[in-house]
Design a protein around this ligand. Sequence first.
Ligand SMILES: NC(=O)c1ccc[n+]([C@@H]2O[C@H](COP(=O)([O-])OP(=O)(O)OC[C@H]3O[C@@H](n4cnc5c(N)ncnc54)[C@H](O)[C@@H]3O)[C@@H](O)[C@H]2O)c1
Length: 300
Amino acid sequence: MQPPFRKLTANTHAARWRMREHVRAGIKDAAAVNQFKGKVVLVTGAASGIGRATCLAFARQGAHVIASDRDIVAGTLAADTIQAKGQYAEFIGADVTKPDDIKGLVTAIVKRYGRLSCAFNNAGIEGVQANMAHYEVGSWNQVIAVNLTGVFLCMKHEIRQMQTQGNGVIVNNASIAGLAGFTSACAYVASKHGVIGVTKVAAGEYADLGIRVNAICPGFVSTPMLSRLCGDEESQRELADWLPTRRIATPEEIAEVVLWLCSPAASFVNGHALAIDGGFLARVRTSPPARRTVAKGDGK
Ligand SMILES: NC(=O)c1ccc[n+]([C@@H]2O[C@H](COP(=O)([O-])OP(=O)(O)OC[C@H]3O[C@@H](n4cnc5c(N)ncnc54)[C@H](O)[C@@H]3O)[C@@H](O)[C@H]2O)c1
């Protein structure tokens, strides 16, 4: 089905720009409170996109941020950016698919700070785009290893420490692809449904020990991942026009929800998968999809 593109005018561009500035200004205002002072916060996939924005948001709120990523150069740069503002961040390299890396990461944090207050398990990859019958097994395994096994490994070690200290908050980054099926992305969709599944299991297993575990389900967010999936700015503008909000989310908007879930304001929110999609999944499209014709020989 062709998305019903609305004609773009200078006015819609200007309105969108004003909206983005308004959102950014609101986020800066919200940053005035130092509500994570003294908290030790781990963020995986911290070198880029949503992870990087979340590190900056936590640091602004006084947290000791441990930024982790497999990309050592960009991860170190993210931590340096925070330190340059006089806030606290440290980079520790780790690949979430490697059990020893994750065990070592949590051990290093506890050795240095004595605790782990919050963790945002965010590292993820999009995988290739292909329909299921032609999805390579190797590509499937890679996406599941990073997006699902990675989250499991992180939770396993984070929860062991949080159990010992008797408190802690975990937020896992799923996606709207954890709540609905998106074509050409079977591994990504399966991994993100899995993230919501393990989130719910952990939430039930450890609530009585003072540990809360939730998942976020962002819609389309302006990050390098979306650029890889969507292509150039024009394609992203077309995507934005297809959304109820007529704009793509900023990583900072997602970060603010992560902070809220980690804060005492969300003290009774546990086992939840929270869509942050500007209403994308809530909307039912009213025009029927175009019929597709299947060429002879397809599906054999
Ligand atoms: N951008 C979106 O539209 C969108 C929407 C919904 C969910 N998400 C999810 O948000 C998360 C962050 O995505 P993003 O858009 O910021 O992408 P991004 O590509 O900008 O950042 C992902 C980060 O994860 C790191 N990473 C990848 N594999 C890793 C591994 N094995 N070990 C450690 N780090 C690894 C990368 O180096 C990178 O820094 C992902 O889990 C993604 O699935 C993104």
